[in-house]
Structures are given as C-alpha cells and as structure tokens.
Design a protein around this ligand. Structure first.
Ligand SMILES: [Zn+2]
Length: 400
C-alpha cells in the first residue's frame, strides 16, 4: 500500500490551489467526478425551484380564496347594516308615535279634568239657583208639552255630564293602553336591534380573524418568493462552480499528461471504517427517502446523537485533493487514492488537513459536524471509482 507522488505534480497542483478562489485541485482523470456531482446538485436545485414555484402558486390560490370569503362577509355585513338602518328608522317612527300619543294623553287628561270641573260648576249652579232657574224654566213653558220637554232637557244636562265623564275616562284609558302597546313595540324593535348588532360584531370577529390569516398567508408568499430567489442564486453559484471546475479539470489533465500519466496507484487494500467511535448507519447508499436523487454515500451518525466532534479518519492512504466549504457538502474533504479511486467526507465541523497533504489510513483528518445541507451531526462518506459513486459497503471497501 505504498503511495508515491512526483514532486513536479505537487508543485503544479499547488499553483492551482493558489490561483483558484476555492481549494479544488484535481489530478489526472479525476475531477470530471466533481463536475458530475456539481451537475447533480444543479438538477436537485432545479427541482427545488420547481417545488417552490408550485408552493407560491398554491399560497396565492389560498390567498384568493380567503379574499373572496372576506368579500362575501363584507356583503353580508352590508345587508346587516341596511337592517340596522331600517330598524333605526322604525325605532325613530315609534318614538314619534309615542310622543304624539303622550301629547294626546295629556290633552285627554286636561279635557277630562275640564269636563269634571265644568260639570261640578253646573251641578253647583243648579243647586244654588235651583228655585229660580228650574222653576223659571218650567214656568216659561208655553204649554204642557213644552214643560215636559224642558224637564227632559234638565235631566239631559246631567246625563250629558255623566256621559262625557265616562267618555273622557274611556279615552284616557285607551290612550294609556296605546302607550303601553307602543312601548312594547319599541322594546321589541330595540331587542331586534341588539340581536342584529350582535350578529354584526360576530361577523366582524370572523372577518378580523380571516384578515389575520390573509396577512400570515401573504407573509408566507413573501417567504416562499424569497426562498425561490435564494434557490435561483444558489443555482447560479453552482453553475459558476461547474464552470470553474471545468477549467480546473482541463488544466489538471494537461498538467498530468505533461508529467506522464496518473500520479498514484491504488493497491486494492481494504478500507478502514471512517468514524472509529460510531458504527451507527443513519442512511444507506442508494436510499431515496426524502431525497430528489438517490443517496450517493453512506451516512454515519454521531456517537452521541446530535453532538458534533467525533474524530473522522482517512479510510485509506492518499493525498487530499479538496478541503473546502460548499453550500451543500459543508466542510468537505476529498482524498485521492490513485487509479481513479476517491473517498469523500462531508459536513465536517472542522477540517484538520489541507489540500496537498499526504495522509495515511487511520489518520484523523476532520471532526464530525452538521455543516452544509445537513440535518444533524453526521458524516456523509462517499466512495468514487472512475467518476461514479459506488456503495461504500461494497466488496473491497468497508465490507468484511
Ligand atoms: Zn449522506
């Protein structure tokens, strides 16, 4: 398992490290793999962009639904307002009627009192002047018939007073009854008003709640749009990385050719498990669960779930060709083992080796972390052969 490298190649590679803004270095046949990986990430981003667009459309539809619901409540509230208006007019009319009736009642009382007073006066007058008036009236009669008429007339005067008294009392009672009826009607109208107003305020509550919901939705729409923009930017960045990688590959291939072929040879030896203190596999090679593309490596969880810092060791002897940060892979390390064989270590919290470093099997190269597109401390361990990711648990690599 001896590995050797020509010094000239190292110096050519180091020049690339210094020239490029990120630490990507390739030897011979290899970095076309990185290009494919970058293109895969780009496809994945394009799918995410499509998903986000669909999400924005759905949110916009939800907003429209709520808006039309709020409008329909507006219409109902306008109807309630018109009922309130009608009731107000009816109550006003009722109050006018009550006032008029009140005035009529007062008038009737006055008339009744006056009638009573004048009747008392007439009775008193007749009593005081009975001898003269009664006798005079009788004696002034022309004949017997006239006298009878006059006697009847005198009786009628008292009958008239009695009838008037009864009539006034009845009128007063009738007006009082009307007053009670009118007041009952007013109370009924006021009850209707209270119930319509309660209806209106409960509608207002529903409408306010819907408005809050609409506001939240519009915030979600803005958030989704921001996400879409972010994804578009990520995609552009990814495209720029691909372009840069293409240039790197070309230059590295030319350099390798000039130096006379591949720099290293893989002797076929077995790999070492890359996380000495954890053998907990959290996702296997080829799994599709929660992914848009097939999982191209093996995920190994932290010794203590969620806690970063477990030591990560080189699976085999080799040379570090990438030790950089990427938005998806986080802090990632590529080790070249020669003959087109690479191992990849993603999401590290810390990287302990630099590009160009010669590492030996079992050497600590990084600490486990949760950087890049990762949901919990883990190592994503990848094995690439001739530009294709293969199952790290396959024969020759990690299997027994
Ligand atoms: Zn993974």
């Amino acid at each position: 398992m001896r590995i050797w490298m020509r010094k000239r190649i190292i110096s050519v590679l180091l020049i690339f490290v210094m020239i490029l803004p990120y630490a990507v270095v390739a030897t011979g046949t290899t970095t076309t793999d990185d290009l494919k990986s970058a293109q895969n990430k780009k496809s994945s981003l394009e799918k995410q962009i499509e998903d986000t667009k669909a999400q924005v459309n759905q949110l916009a539809k939800d907003s429209t639904d709520i808006e039309s619901y709020i409008k329909s409540i507006d219409l109902k509230m306008a109807q309630v307002d018109s009922s309130i208006n009608d009731l107000n007019i009816q109550i006003d009319n009722k109050q006018v009627q009550i006032k008029e009736n009140q005035a009529a009642l007062e008038q009737a009382k006055i008339e009744s009192v006056e009638q009573y007073a004048s009747m008392k006066l007439r009775i008193q007058y007749m009593y005081e002047h009975e001898s003269e008036s009664y006798i005079e009236i009788m004696l002034a009669a022309k004949d017997m018939g006239d006298m009878l008429n006059k006697a009847e007339y005198i009786n009628k005067i008292t009958d008239y007073d009695r009838e008037m008294l009864v009539k006034y009392a009845e009128t007063e009672q009738m007006i009082q009854d009307t007053q009670v009826a009118l007041q009952n009607e007013q109370t009924e109208l006021e009850d209707s008003m209270a119930s319509v107003e309660a209806q209106k305020s409960s509608m207002k509550l529903v409408q306010d709640a819907k408005a809050v919901e609409l506001k939240k939705l519009s915030e979600k729409v803005s958030q989704a749009n921001a996400n879409a923009t972010q994804l578009q930017n990520d995609k552009k960045k990814q495209e720029a990385e691909i372009t840069a990688m293409e240039a790197t590959i070309k230059a590295a291939e030319a350099a390798a050719k000039a130096s006379g072929g591949p720099a290293m040879n893989y002797d076929g030896g077995k790999f070492l498990w890359p996380v000495p203190n954890s053998h907990r596999i959290t996702s296997y090679f080829g799994e599709m669960e929660d992914r848009s593309v097939s999982h191209n490596g093996l995920d190994i969880g932290a010794a203590t779930s969620g806690v970063s810092g477990d030591k990560i060791v080189a699976a085999y002897d080799g040379v570090v060709t990438i030790a950089a940060y990427s938005t998806s892979a986080g802090n990632w390390i590529w080790i070249n083992h020669g003959d087109g064989l690479y191992t990849v270590y993603m999401h590290n919290s810390q990287m302990l080796v630099a590009v160009g470093a010669k590492v030996t099997k079992g050497q600590v190269i990084a600490l486990m972390g949760n950087t890049g597109n990762s949901t919990g401390a883990h190592l994503h361990f990848g094995v690439r052969v001739d530009g294709v990711f293969v199952n790290p648990l396959g024969p020759k690599y990690l299997s027994n």
